[in-house]
Design a protein around this ligand. Sequence first.
Ligand SMILES: Cc1cc2nc3c(=O)[nH]c(=O)nc-3n(C[C@H](O)[C@H](O)[C@H](O)COP(=O)(O)OP(=O)(O)OC[C@H]3O[C@@H](n4cnc5c(N)ncnc54)[C@H](O)[C@@H]3O)c2cc1C
Length: 378
Amino acid sequence: MFEQKHEMLRKLAKEFAEKELEPIAGDAEKNGCYPPELWQKAAQYGFGGITIPKEYGGAGGDYKSLAIVVEEFCKKDAAASSLLMSNSLSGAPYLYYGTEEQKQKYLKPMVLGEKIGSFALTEPGAGSDSAATQTTCLWDEEQGCYILNGRKCFITMGPICDHAVVFAKSDLTATGTRGISAFIVEASWDGFSRGKTEEKMGMHASVTSDLIFNNVKVPKENLLGEEGKGFKIAMGILDAGRVTVAAQGLGIAAGCLDLAIAYSKERVQFGKPICKLQDVAFKLADMATEVQATRLLVYDAADRLDRHESVTMKAAMAKYKAGEVCNSVAYKALQIHGGYGYMQDYAIERMTRAARLVSIYEGTSEIQKLVISGNLLK
Ligand SMILES: Cc1cc2nc3c(=O)[nH]c(=O)nc-3n(C[C@H](O)[C@H](O)[C@H](O)COP(=O)(O)OP(=O)(O)OC[C@H]3O[C@@H](n4cnc5c(N)ncnc54)[C@H](O)[C@@H]3O)c2cc1C
């Protein structure tokens, strides 16, 4: 499945994660952010545009390449994978549905690490049921623009984004998913504001906040795709998004396994390293087997995406499995660390808190099971 270019990319991503991320991940978690220079550094390595075509500053690579980089980053710190968002949630809507002008104006600067984008779908009353959106963006004939009103919540990069792709009702007479459109909204515009930076359980360096819109004027050229087709845009990038989050879960699980193996070889109790205790060794065997099962699901789904196959069910399986496995592997890895694992000085504590998110965002595990069973029973 992998070519030489993939192996080279893995080596590069591993090197970046070990040299640039691992030494500062603990501090970034405490400070609630990575230094801004890291965005530029990641962009210089080409990580901002792995799957983005060359004309927009990217490398034009495939989804296997993206999954490889996400996995390697997350082995050291899952929050740092927000640096890669221009490849997925914040970049894909532009890439697949944007006009040439929109791609040049918004996508390229993101890929080059000059601007930060975000993807604003979720609302207080519209989480799993994202069609229940109440934000409105209605055409105003007199002013010759759309007027955006509403509130989005839990938006990754919300506190620092330069622009957002916002999903809103543009036709109040249409029901359900119809009547929702996607708009590109700049943070500097009048009426745009942000909620407080959320104090999350984990992934502190991947910042999150509400985005609030109070009579924001959105020009016609900032409509993304066709009017009324916003939900299709959100769903259209979901399969690739889920494979990317699954790769996050894989990376967290693999990173936790690495930490547990290393610690179990060092820690001596009852006169020998604890890895010589069969219960510990068997835990490691179970963890490694689950990580490998997840890895096969993730890369199979990525490979199918690259071959333009329909992967909705496979992507949901990969996301579901990865979300659950990273939590169970993190739990066991922390157990192997004993009391030290509960201390913030040890990376396993941060990794365990990060794992908890993977089974929740971009569709909870329950929503993945709805997708899988729906496909089985259709
Ligand atoms: C840190 C973080 C970052 C995020 N980043 C973004 C972002 O950048 N952009 C964005 O748009 N969103 C983002 N989200 C939102 C995220 O995608 C939602 O939180 C998620 O989809 C779940 O929605 P909810 O929180 O409203 O939970 P709810 O939908 O209220 O779900 C609550 C519970 O009910 C269950 N449930 C709901 N419906 C069903 C059903 N039909 N069948 C079975 N069980 C069901 C769920 O599985 C869950 O267990 C982020 C969330 C977090 C926590």
